[in-house]
Design a protein around this ligand. Structure first.
Ligand code: DGJ
Length: 755
């Protein structure tokens, strides 16, 4: 076009051509530079060789560490995302405080072995066959492949290699860390302690830590305490995760605002004995070390062998503990669960346990199935009692054949019936357990965890099969595989009703026996993995007498978890509140059961019980044979209501507006849909005193400028509530619900209107 312009000389035209071409090149370069910058803004792992710095950035988080002058790996920063322009200089180890606290203790290290005068918690402790117990790890090399960084360390003189693995999740900034130890020496060594990671917080003295404690039927209590000089140990020595402590923590700067302020959080993905230490050391450095529990531990690593630790997940939020939970929920649903990033919404299930106990049989279950189908149940689950000689908890575990008296024609007629009613079929199993009164135990008394000549302590009349043994592993895999091959089963409720005692493994050499702590859990995972590969349509629930095996390790292989055997709808408010600090409502099964409950004889209305359970993944566990027509009508209506909001509840962003653990009279949760175009709010009044009205509810997470219609699904809104208002109005002015009396509840929904 330029060339054809009249009156312009050719060399001028050439010049113009050149200028044009140059500006196109400059434009392209600028574009690719800015797209490079955009890429760096997205998710990146970089090594800056001159400064010897590693930098991981994703979502709102930056994590920076480097190689110091002693070739140690030193933490530099973990917190809100920094500019890509921000540069760090080569780390320098910290000075000793005094002759009593040498530099190795005062330098915030990413992974430190016991050796060289270390007094803070070591990540790794090894005894060599010559009696040497000193280990000093230094940087050797590293690799970056996609979003995976591996930093290799080695002892200063021995051929022991430690690889530190890092991954950062693009959407949440959640870091996944683990370690692989390789024994390249020519002899065996004994690992006496091994963590997956240490994370260091910015030096400060005003931290408080939150963690979860509990017991059977009383799980998920949130504890909060100031971090002071010394050490807080959260752990399980029980062989499995346990409800006593859950492997999760969150740390903030003493803020009481759940939606503001810095929060660092972490969770260990391990379903065996574990330990998390939160330590404030001599130099006021707070460091968190998470990994296998060193109690009764000793892992013999032969020449040429490697040991991999579980994954430790660590995240940061600058929007309070509320956002910290939401990040974890998002990470679980989008990255961790077996069908991530798009796990199926949980179907509404019926489970017969509280209705029938061990008295399951074909006719009784069919009767319940008909009733369950009539209210909109989508999955029918037969619980304990269908197999072996299982009349009560004294016999049968281990004998996984269908009880011929209870189901004379096998499970098929019942399964066909369940299918004909439009539901899928689920079955309870407890694969790792055995009753001494079972054919399996009579045949294989050596298959349980035991120390020869010592008592075998029973709990609920059962012993623990030693899943570390290859023959036991095969037996367990094959009976489940056969069960799934022979029956159209869509769902397994995988139970585990006691912890370990006498954890001996006499079948192997003495020095290998303590490997049971690792081999048991790894075999459990490998069975679950293999079953899932062979039977991709089967879903699995992790249950351990309630919430004793809920962790990010088992959740990689299971679709949902059972938080507690306590199904009292009021107690559940606290249980569910605690649970959601760490785990998503998308996996949190919650049944509506009978009233008064077996737990505490409390009487609650059916609406209240439904509203309590509808905050998670809804199930029904009541004895439908005792229900009246009006109960069926109400249940049918509420299940339909739940289905209309389930996507919001299971996929949305949860705001614990009023926690039942902090406020004895009320509790409120709100969940906002992913697109922020709807929300559902559950409000509970525990008891009315002195005629105080229900406190105004200030919603969160809406778009301030969008207009939302409010709809009451259950309970009453105050008469003055407008039917349409902006997100700002609902968040700043708030909503009044009209609740009076004891144990009352309400549910309302907001829907954005198209503008
Ligand atoms: C414990 C579980 O938590 C219950 O739901 C039930 O399945 C029983 N075990 C069955 O023994």
């Amino acid at each position: 076009m330029i060339a054809s312009m009249p009156g312009i000389k050719t060399n001028v035209i050439k010049k113009l051509h050149l200028t044009f071409a140059l500006s196109v090149i400059a434009f392209i370069m600028a574009c690719s530079l800015s797209s490079l910058q955009a890429q760096i803004k997205k998710t990146s792992i970089h090594f800056f060789p001159q400064a010897r710095i590693f930098r991981l950035d994703a979502a709102d988080v930056s994590y920076v560490f480097g190689i110091n002058e002693k070739n140690q790996i030193q933490t530099l920063y973990w917190g809100q995302r920094l500019s890509s322009e921000d540069a760090f200089s080569t780390p320098q180890s910290s000075a000793e405080i005094s002759s009593f606290d040498p530099s190795i203790n005062t330098t915030p290290l990413e992974y430190v072995a016991w050796g060289g005068g270390l007094y803070v918690e070591p990540d790794l402790k090894i005894t060599f066959p010559d009696g040497n117990r000193d280990l000093t790890l230094v940087y050797v090399t590293h690799t970056i492949e996609g979003n995976h960084l591996t930093v290799s360390l080695k002892d200063i003189s021995r051929e022991v290699y430690v690889q530190l693995h890092y991954q950062i999740d693009e959407a949440t900034g959640v870091l996944r860390r683990s370690v692989k130890v390789q024994n390249k020496t020519s002899s065996s060594l004994k690992i006496e302690q091994i963590a997956s990671a240490t994370v260091n917080l910015p030096r400060a003295g005003d931290y408080q830590v939150h963690y979860l404690t509990g017991r059977w039927a009383g799980e998920w209590n949130l504890q909060t305490q100031k971090i002071q000089p010394g050490k807080l140990t959260l752990e399980s020595r029980r062989g499995t995760t346990s409800a006593q402590n859950n492997p999760w923590f969150a740390i903030d700067r003493g803020s009481n605002d759940p939606e503001n302020g810095d929060v660092w959080f972490g969770a260990l993905g391990w379903s065996g004995s574990w330990r998390i230490n939160v330590e404030q050391d001599q130099a006021q450095q707070v460091r968190i070390t998470a990994g296998l529990n060193p109690f009764d531990f000793g892992y013999l690593l032969h020449a040429g062998e490697t040991l991999k630790t579980p994954f430790f997940y660590a995240g940061y939020s600058h929007k309070g503990i509320g956002e910290a939970s939401r990040l974890l929920h998002r990470f679980e649903v989008n990255t961790l669960l077996p069908h991530a990033p798009s796990p199926k919404l949980r179907p509404v299930l019926y489970n017969s346990w509280e209705a029938t106990g061990f008295d399951v049989d074909e006719a009784g279950q069919e009767r319940l199935a008909e009733k369950a189908a009539s209210i909109g149940i989508e999955r029918f689950v037969v619980d304990d009692g269908w197999f072996g000689q299982r009349a009560n908890d004294k016999a049968g575990l281990g004998d996984w054949y269908v009880n011929p008296k209870k189901f004379p024609h096998g499970l098929k007629p019942l399964i066909d019936k369940v299918h004909s009613l439009g539901m899928d079929f689920g079955l309870w199993i407890e694969p790792e357990m055995i009753n001494p009164d079972s054919d399996l135990y009579r045949k294989h008394p050596d298959w349980v965890l035991n120390f020869p000549g010592r008592p075998r302590t029973e709990a609920r009349n059962q012993l623990v099969l030693n899943l570390a043994r290859p023959d036991v592993r095969d037996y367990v895999f094959h009976f489940i595989d056969q069960l799934l091959n022979g029956n159209q089963i869509a769902f397994l409720k995988w139970d585990y009703n006691r912890n370990w005692s006498e954890p001996g493994w006499p079948a192997v050499d003495i020095e290998k026996q303590k490997k049971v702590y690792v081999a048991f859990t790894n075999n459990l995972y490998s069975i679950l993995k293999e079953l899932r590969e062979k039977h991709p349509h089967v879903e699995i629930e992790s249950c351990s007498g309630g919430g004793s095996r809920v962790d990010l390790g088992i959740m990689r292989y299971t679709d949902e978890v059972w938080p507690s055997d306590n199904t009292d709808a009021f107690d559940r408010l606290s249980i569910q509140d605690g649970f959601t600090y760490a785990y998503s409502p998308a996996v949190m099964m919650a049944w509506v059961t009978d009233s008064p409950t077996w737990v505490n004889h409390r009487t609650l209305s059916l609406e209240y019980r439904f509203l309590s359970s509808m905050q998670g993944s809804l199930g029904v566990g009541a004895n439908l044979n005792k229900w009246q027509p009006e109960d069926f009508a109400k249940a049918k209506k509420m299940i339909a209501q739940y289905k209309s909001i389930r996507e919001i509840v299971q996929r949305g962003s949860l705001y614990r507006l009023v926690s039942p653990q902090n406020d004895s009279e009320h509790s409120v949760t709100e969940t906002v849909s992913e697109q922020r175009d709807s929300s559902v709010t559950f409000a509970f009044l525990h008891s009315s005193t002195m005629m105080y009205p229900f406190p105004r509810i200030y919603l969160r997470g809406l778009s301030p400028d969008k207009m939302y219609k409010i709809e009451s699904l259950d309970g009453k809104l105050s008469a003055a509530t407008p039917s349409l208002a902006s997100g700002s109005f609902w968040m700043e002015h708030g909503v009044d619900v009209d609740l009076r009396g004891d144990f009352q509840a309400a549910l309302f929904r907001l829907n954005a209107i198209n503008q």
